[in-house]
Design a protein around this ligand. Structure first.
Ligand code: HEC
Ligand code: HEC
Length: 326
């Protein structure tokens, strides 16, 4: 009797122990990826290789934000790019209120409330959750370079380091570290507007429908008549948000560009004067086509796709510039 009791007590303890550690794990985890893994989706290819010496999310964070990092055996790495850091063009926080649509106006208001810039590149928040990269018309811009990057986040990071940031190739331990950093920015279940209870009972397709599997990209040409513009009536208050949260992010005090822009009439007059011209100072030209790499000076301005600045928003920006210039 005593023996029997002790056995059942031990096994009861064991069962409770296992059960407890199990639920505490899944209770702790807010990760969308862990949830999908529990439903059979495999993310192992995307996980950073921590066996390479020096790999850590901290190193990745330094590289992403500062362009260089502390080496494991002392000293600093060479700067990745002379012109940019990754945060010149990418946020690292959530920037869309509803992750299942790409709506630049909802994004502008959402990022403005959180004092985040409004940029040409997609946020890295949730990048590891996406399944394809450099989507849509980016194929036109980078051609065959996109092929290996489309389904492979490592190649996407490397492509951006060289082509977007116009910098040197990342070493393997640096690349894995940036990947490790991006894993700290994966989506949480709450980001999908779901509770853990509800999400755990959903099937894979329904969970994936709650966030975009890729960041869409549509290139637009400048309006055919630059004087007339798109014909849309601009809202200058909205244009002010774009000017301050986007243009000034790179141009204020020449942060990432030689062209200095600020809130002076001089800046607005310079921009206004050039809007209707066929020149690289035209608002339409720089936003829709970007500014190409000048020979010998490998800095350039990335274009805004329709998903990163709508036609209406561009009309709003023009209205603000014209209002402030007069
Ligand atoms: C000058 C601007 C610029 C800089 C600097 C830059 N990027 Fe990008 N990046 C872009 C643009 C534009 C895209 C195109 C796709 C998108 O984000 O919509 C992109 C795409 C990406 C993608 C694929 C995202 C997706 O969902 O398609 C990754 C990953 C990425 N960049 C990582 C980096 C890293 C890491 C750095 C720093 C080493 C960096 N980028 C620096 C502009 C930039
Ligand atoms: C991600 C950073 C970034 C953002 C955001 C940005 N620019 Fe630029 N812009 C640049 C860079 C880099 C150049 C390249 C030329 C240089 O450095 O002189 C440039 C060039 C230009 C030029 C041409 C200057 C020249 O010397 O040829 C104009 C005009 C311009 N930008 C206006 C704007 C406006 C208006 C906005 C907001 C809609 C904006 N930029 C947003 C980085 C940026």
């Amino acid at each position: 009797m005593i023996k029997l009791f002790s056995i059942s007590a031990i096994s009861l303890f064991f069962v409770i122990g296992v059960f407890w550690s199990d639920t505490s794990n899944s209770e702790d985890s807010n990760s969308v990826i862990e949830l999908l893994e529990s439903k059979g989706i495999d993310y192992s290819d995307k996980k950073p290789n921590f066996e390479i010496a020096g790999v850590s999310a901290e190193v990745g964070e330094q590289l992403f934000h500062n362009g260089f990092a502390q080496k494991p055996n002392g000293g600093k790495t060479k700067k990745q790019s002379k012109h940019f850091v990754c945060t010149s063009c990418h946020n690292v926080a959530k920037e869309d209120p509803d992750l299942s649509v790409s709506d630049p106006q909802a994004r502008l208001l959402y990022t403005n409330e959180r004092e985040l810039p409004f940029l040409q590149g997609t946020t890295m928040y949730g990048a590891v959750n996406r399944s394809t990269y450099y989507n849509g018309d980016y194929k036109k811009k980078y051609g065959d370079l996109v092929e290996p990057a489309r389904n492979d986040i490592r190649n996407a990071i490397q492509l951006c380091a060289i082509e977007c940031a116009q910098g040197r190739e990342l070493k393997e331990w640096e690349l894995e570290s940036i990947l490790a950093y991006l894993w700290t920015l994966e989506l949480n279940i709450e980001d999908l507007g779901l509770s853990k209870e509800v999400a755990s009972n959903m099937d894979v397709e329904s969970i994936k429908a709650k966030y975009l599997q890729s960041s869409p990209a549509t290139f637009l040409p400048p309006p055919s008549d630059r004087k007339e513009g798109s014909g849309l009536i601009g809202n200058s208050d909205n244009g002010k948000l774009i000017y301050e949260n986007s243009c000034l992010h790179c141009h204020y005090r020449g942060e990432y560009s030689f062209l200095h822009l600020d809130n002076s009439r001089l800046s607005f007059k310079h921009l206004k004067r050039n809007i209707s011209k066929y020149s690289r100072h035209s608002l339409y030209q720089v936003t829709r086509w970007g500014v190409p790499v000048k020979s010998g000076k490998r800095s350039y301005m990335p274009q805004y796709t329709e998903e990163r600045m709508s036609k209406q928003q561009l009309a709003d920006l023009r209205a603000y510039i014209e209002e402030q210039a007069s």
